[in-house]
Design a protein around this ligand. Sequence first.
Ligand code: EPU
Length: 337
Amino acid sequence: MHIQHNISLTNYNTFGINVNAKHFISVETLTELISVLQLKNYPNKLILGGGSNMLLTKDVEALVIHINLKGTTKVNEDSDYAFIKADAGENWHKFVLWCLDNNLGGLENMSLIPGNVGTSPIQNIGAYGVELKDNFVSCEALNLDTLEIEVLKKNDCNFGYRNSIFKNQVKGKYIIINVTFKLSKKKHKLHTNYGAITTELAAMNISEPTIKDVSNAVISIRQSKLPDPKKIGNSGSFFKNPVIPLDAFNTLKLNFPEAPSYPVSESEVKVPAGWLIETAGFKGKTFGNYGVHKKQALVLVNYGGAKGKDILALSKLIQKTIYRIFNIEIEPEVNIL
Ligand code: EPU
């Protein structure tokens, strides 16, 4: 067991924020993870996956446990579907590409989402009309009270828009060890209705797309408007798109007739936070070494060396301004630590 001390977390969070972890260990096996969790001299522990959905605002006093369990196996299959189990430390996009290389369909719309497999169920990641829950079968999770492995099936997880039981009822109670997906082997069901995908496939001159073509289209769309965390630090969408009552939306329309929305239910709509932030004048605004991305207002960026607390202050200013102008509350999608 190799615990390091006072190490920088810059390379462990996609925002690229330079804070120190007082103690740090990367674990590669379940046995090692359990041994580390049993260490009495480190009472406070912070579990770290791909670091793609967090804003670090200060040094971490706890023992940071980096989940680095790797492996991808076929656990079952029939003539139409394969059941693939991927370990928590697998990089999400690499896993999606592995599925495509093996002609397994279902995850292609979620190509290039940063982060790891193990954290994907926590916020039910999603993009371009597909969410993790659409292909999720179950996950194995380590119960932190009993140190026993439990299996959580799809129905146990209460998946919602960027939400699950892991963010609510059982927050902090489990570490996800692996996830099993049901993926199509043939007759792949493509989801190309999302406007930008249709346009992109047409631009690529593709009329009968394969799952790989859909993935390429998604990659191209994402690269055109989302910053690559390897070049510009970011955590994807910083805020969730707010869901508001239809009445409130109709009132908003009086002042902003062009306001976009997506239906949620008969009485509620989702308003793109990106539109609210852009309309409030923040898109592309730069404050020294951080700011709001110029091509997608939902993404806050670290141009290099920014402090987490400055980005947090900017996010609060954006929230306050949105509330003042539109009377709508937006909340962060990222975890603030
Ligand atoms: N918009 C603007 N200005 C902007 C950005 C967006 O006006 O700067 C408006 C436009 O009307 C646009 C609409 O917002 O049509 C929706 O924008 P987009 O299709 O880019 O999607 P989004 O709502 O901004 C969501 C997810 C993304 C996901 C895309 C595609 C959330 C919080 N974000 O973004 O997820 O990639 O849809 O499915 O739901 C992430 O979670 O990190 C993420 C990137």
